[in-house]
Ligand binder design. Structure first.
Ligand code: COA
Length: 261
């Protein structure tokens, strides 16, 4: 991997922690940051040792305060579609990743930052977290998949009001709306919760976990039959050694030793 200037990576066992590291700009997503994020997520696809990813922002004040507005002056009707599609592609890589990706959100998750958190499989937020889609304040709308993922996640009426009004919501409301999975007191508790969750998932059969991602995402796909995806995934699991191991371990009253095959 090329040297990273805007992200920092660390490992906790087989869990990768990716930190967006532009604290002085509230971790705003510059194009360079997005390109590094793409590179890192692609590397996760190639590394079967990684059994979970935490995505967070440096510091406590912001997860990500949006796309980098200082780069917006060059946007026009000709190039903005590609800008949007490129971002959508990177966020789809996260959404479709075989291993669970959790966003740990402290402080602001605004615009592209909120959309980035939505593309992750799960979200854990601190009590100080604030979510918002303030794009209409700038004369635009969410362009990294937010209009779609938000509507699926919180429903049409709330999504309309949230994106049209640009109002920020706090962690409590985000939890009530199903936008976040858990709310913790502070960032270290949120990191601990995410690590605990990923360690728990890491003990499960990897192929089954991977196929849960495919099946859940199929529920949101415009085309295809999610029930068929589920049946295919179920059949695939039943052909794995881990299925035989899981069933034997239960019947023999012992811990399963999954190998991901
Ligand atoms: N893009 C680029 N820079 C950003 C940014 C963004 N989305 N969000 C914050 N920053 C920068 C600020 O310009 C400032 O940089 P500077 O110190 O060089 O001037 C720095 O981060 C700190 O932000 P600041 O606005 O001074 O902090 P604050 O506590 O007063 O306000 C926010 C925090 C989040 C309310 C405010 O920064 C904000 O509204 N940001 C933009 C949010 C947004 O519209 N996002 C969607 C973009 S599509």
């Amino acid at each position: 991997m090329n040297d990273l200037e805007n992200l920092s990576l660390s490992r906790d066992g087989n869990i990768l922690v990716v930190t967006i590291n532009r604290e002085s700009k509230l971790n705003a997503l510059s194009l360079a940051t997005l390109s590094e994020l793409k590179q890192v997520i692609q590397s996760v696809y190639d590394d079967r040792e990684i059994r979970g990813v935490i995505l967070t922002g440096a510091g406590e004040k912001a997860f990500v305060a949006g796309a980098d507005i200082s780069e917006f002056r060059s946007l026009n009707e000709m190039n903005a579609r590609k800008f949007s599609e490129d971002g959508q592609e990177i966020f789809a890589l996260i959404e479709n990743c075989h291993t669970p990706v959790i966003a740990v959100v402290s402080g602001y998750a605004l615009g592209g930052g909120s959309e980035l958190a939505l593309a992750c499989h799960m979200r854990i937020a601190t009590r100080s977290a604030k979510f918002g889609q303030p794009e209409v304040n700038l004369g635009i709308l969410p362009g990294y998949g937010g209009t779609q993922r938000l509507t699926y996640l919180i429903g049409r009426g709330r999504a309309m009001e949230y994106m049209m009004s640009a109002a920020m919501i706090d962690a409590e409301k985000a939890e009530k709306w199903g936008l976040v999975n858990h709310v913790t007191e502070d960032k270290s508790a949120a990191m601990e919760k995410a690590l605990d969750l990923l360690r728990t998932i890491g003990q499960k059969a990897p192929i089954a976990v991977e196929l849960v991602v495919d099946c859940v995402n199929a529920a949101f796909a415009k085309e295809g039959d999610g029930y068929q995806t589920e049946a295919n995934a179920f059949a695939r699991c039943c052909g794995t050694e881990d299925f035989a191991e899981g069933v034997s371990a239960f019947l023999e009253k012992r811990q399963a030793n999954f190998k991901g095959v």
